[in-house]
Design a protein. Structure first.
Length: 139
């Protein structure tokens, strides 16, 4: 999924993205303990997680797709790691954006099912950077 990468930097090229949205689908409802944040029930359906990285942007995005191995388990560092570690969770698409993380998050809409998720360092007052969009309707 293409993102908003409009804008210019000093050299006249397009601005590099610093914000991303992960479009996630949960195949089944999950109860997940998210580090010290607590345990939450995540209904099956579609979610959008908004994050950012000022350095090593593509490495951060790629990390969300890596599940780890038996020899080298993935460390659960960020809230989103706890959700994406589950087999029922799949990242369907990534948007790369130049807009600020909290502005991109507010533009998503949806419902908050895990207050504080991905927003522990948020200075804009976002309740959560994970939004539930509902269950996918059959075609």
């Amino acid at each position: 999924m293409a993102g908003n990468v409009a804008g210019n930097v000093a050299d006249g090229g397009p601005a590099a993205p610093t914000t991303y949205r992960l479009h996630i689908r949960l195949a089944a409802p999950l109860s997940v303990t998210v580090g010290r944040l607590g345990t939450f029930l995540f209904p099956a359906g579609d979610y959008v997680y908004t994050g950012s990285a000022l350095r090593n942007f593509e490495a951060r995005v790629a990390r969300h797709f890596w599940r780890g191995t038996a020899e080298r388990p993935k460390p659960l560092r960020w809230h989103i790691d706890y959700l994406l570690a589950r087999d029922e969770a799949a990242v369907l698409a990534v948007e790369r954006l130049t807009m600020a993380e909290c502005a991109a998050n507010r533009a998503v809409g949806g419902t908050v099912v895990a207050p504080g998720f991905g927003a522990s360092d948020c200075k804009a007052g976002c309740v959560s950077h994970l939004r539930y969009l509902g269950e996918k309707k059959p075609d």
